[in-house]
Design a protein around this ligand. Sequence first.
Ligand SMILES: [Zn+2]
Length: 346
Amino acid sequence: MTADDREIRFGEVRAAPCERRLRPDGDRRFRVAACGCPADEDLTIFVDLDALRDLESHALSDTRLELGGVMLGGQYEDDQGRPFVVIADTLRAQHHESTAGSFKFTHETWAEFTRQRAALSDDLQIVGWYHTHPNLGVFLSELDRFICEHFFGRPADVALVLDPCQGRRGFFQWTREESDQIRCTGGFYLFTSRFRERELSSFVASLDSGMMGADASGPGAAPFSKLPFPAMPAPDTGPRRFGLGFTVLGVLLAMFLLLTLLGWKMLAPEPGGPADAVAVAGDWMRQPDSWGLAGVGVLVVGTCVWTALAAWKRRRVAPAARQTGLATNPGPTPETDSRADQTAIR
Ligand SMILES: [Zn+2]
């Protein structure tokens, strides 16, 4: 470590007990897809589809420098007592010090994180950090490991490294092994609302599974700029289109019933004998009750049309994790953790 690093003062790292929670892959409200090849011994990491998109969008925003931020969510245990992490949101570091080959959080960064988190749900805790290695590959440098050790040292804290130029990404987790305390996982899981299954499949398919995990060839990997991060597919409206079909069918049925009623009223012969249809219609139109009936019909049809239009416009649902408040683990926060107040990574 450098002389600057030795000047850093660190607070106590507090480990909060993990809350038991249903995993997204056991929750019928979600759809989950594996990215890469998560191994049984890996820490299970679930990433919200929109959170990953935001991460990758940030990574691509400037490939001349290393960029980074923190990941928000929760650390839980499933009913078998196995730990898992949910990443539901991210915060971008705005005041970082970065070059083409290094990234540092600063005091201002943590102050900004504190301010931003105050505006978010208390359910979202910092569960790890991410940063980019533009065209350098996926690995942890000595400084990266230093950050992991001193700022993200809880057993289920994770680090994500993205190389936006080579289209690679990899999660790093803590292990209990003396020789390899931090290692890259084989993959992770993406999850989203069950209504966005096709969108999820399309996104995962665009991630080349061969590009997951740590970079075996290290920083000297060949440029691969022709393989950018996955293009953002159009939102999947399949299930909602199904619902829209029912709505349109309902509108047509309501109109059919209304017209049938009007026709019956106008054309049905009077009990006294056959009558001229125009005269019957005229008589019917002059009755106050008929106008009321027609008004109700118009109201019904209008409501149905409005519902159909609203369903058509509502093409996207809110991020899955925010719908359910998946992250409620009260872990250390920048506000309460003295690390945040006392330190800055230099
Ligand atoms: Zn790095």
